[in-house]
Design a protein around this ligand. Structure first.
Ligand SMILES: Cc1ncc(COP(=O)(O)O)c(C=O)c1O
Length: 393
């Protein structure tokens, strides 16, 4: 009886095609034939994973995780301010600072936790924060919790951002916060223009490189590196959970900001430090992407294959080309239709997640194709062949 209001709302969500359900997905080892999974028992090619470089199965990462467990155990016992910092974490943060051309870095348990903790720590009610309207939910939540004056500009629209910056009091502390590669759209802002604008209005910049770390820039540091603005961005945040094949997150910036976070970021202060195998794998991944470009080149070849197939199948009204990242949205519209196409693809042997509101704006339901270096050409061509008839009309 006391739960009936929850049950009624869930039922309504189901009727609108918006009910979310965790499917059981078993990963099949990559060397058995590209990234395959068993979804609720059905074998399918995985086009839903953010493991863009296929590093989650890389022998170097696995060996590093096993070595870390053997040396330091499976858990880290307490938060770092209580029980101290494992030497592997010190090594990882030193490596990250170098990787990101920053003075210092700090590791968090997840990207969500990092963004909420960072924004809550650096912003107060007297500050102003400017966000791209499609920023990740964790950035939105951090801004909300901070109680700062929060203003959202149109997606990637620097003109709109400038209008908003011009309205803020010149003496106020201002932050501009943006994703680099947007997680549900696969596009990215002109970071050079954004940083120049920030400097003109004396605003600080935080960039979330969750989907760019390991993929862009001369050494895979991310889009800040690709745009040549690493040293002009106050905080470069990113995750180990996507192209780096592990889990957890980092932020890199000036010594003073990292010290501020150690003292104010509640998600850092009040949470048990990451476990040794997670840190061991992250360290191996950060080193690997700087020295071995094989997987990255394969991923870009796969993007070219997908793009050619999309053009040949006449699907450019649903899939924007040129592709800008391994995240390729296929715009459908209504949630029920998006689910229908996703289910049909699964029945054909392709696991492509349906993304629906509130993750994306109303009536912009989409399939989110996530490409990996591990996909074979046949798998990519097979996906487009299965998708084309489902997009007619
Ligand atoms: C842009 C962005 N930031 C942060 C996160 C959160 O990272 P994590 O999954 O490590 O919590 C995600 C996705 O998960 C993301 O897409």
């Amino acid at each position: 009886m006391l739960l009936s209001s929850y049950a009624a709302e869930l039922k309504q969500k189901a009727q609108q095609g918006q009910l979310r359900r965790c499917k059981t997905v078993e990963t099949i080892p990559i060397d058995v034939g590209g990234p395959q999974v068993r979804v609720d028992g059905r074998l399918a090619v995985n086009f839903s994973s953010n493991d863009y470089l296929g590093l989650s199965h890389h022998p170097r990462l696995q060996a590093a995780a096993i070595a870390a467990v053997q040396q330091y155990g499976t858990g880290s016992a307490a938060s770092r301010l209580i029980c101290g910092t494992n030497p592997l974490v010190v090594e990882l943060e030193t490596e990250l600072a170098r990787f990101k051309k920053a003075e210092a870095a700090l590791v968090f348990n997840s990207g969500y936790q990092a963004n909420v903790a960072i924004l809550q720590a650096i912003l107060g009610p007297q500050d102003w924060v400017f966000c791209d309207r499609l920023n990740h939910a964790s950035l939105m939540d951090g801004c909300l919790l901070s109680k700062a004056r929060w203003s959202r500009y149109r997606h990637l629209d620097l003109g709109h951002l400038e209008e908003k910056l011009a309205k803020a009091p010149p003496q106020a502390r201002k932050w501009i916060v943006t994703d680099s590669v947007f997680s549900m759209d696969g596009d990215f802002p002109d970071l050079k223009g954004l940083v120049a604008l920030a400097e003109r209005y004396q605003a600080l910049v935080m960039v979330d490189e969750a989907h760019a770390t390991g993929l862009y820039g001369a050494t895979g540091s991310g889009l800040c590196q690709q745009f040549g603005v690493s040293e002009r961005v106050a905080l470069q945040m990113g995750t180990f959970s996507k192209a780096l094949g592990g889990s957890g997150a980092y932020v890199a910036g000036s010594r003073v900001l990292i010290d501020w976070l150690i003292n104010h970021a509640r998600g850092f202060i009040y949470s048990t430090a990451q476990s040794p195998p997670v840190i061991g794998a992250a360290l191996a991944a950060v080193k690997l992407v700087q020295s071995d470009f094989t997987q990255r080149e394969r991923l870009w070849q796969n993007m070219a294959t997908l793009q050619r197939a999309v053009v040949a199948a006449g699907l450019t009204h649903r899939i924007s080309v040129p592709l800008q990242s391994p995240i390729v949205p296929v715009l459908i519209g209504e949630s029920v239709d998006t689910l229908r196409v996703s289910d049909a693809l699964l029945a054909a042997g392709y696991f492509v997640q349906a993304i629906r509101p509130p993750t994306v704006p109303p009536k912009t339901g989409r399939l989110r194709i996530a490409l990996s270096a591990s996909h074979t050409e046949a798998q990519i061509l097979g996906l487009v062949k299965a998708l084309a008839p489902l997009l007619v009309g």
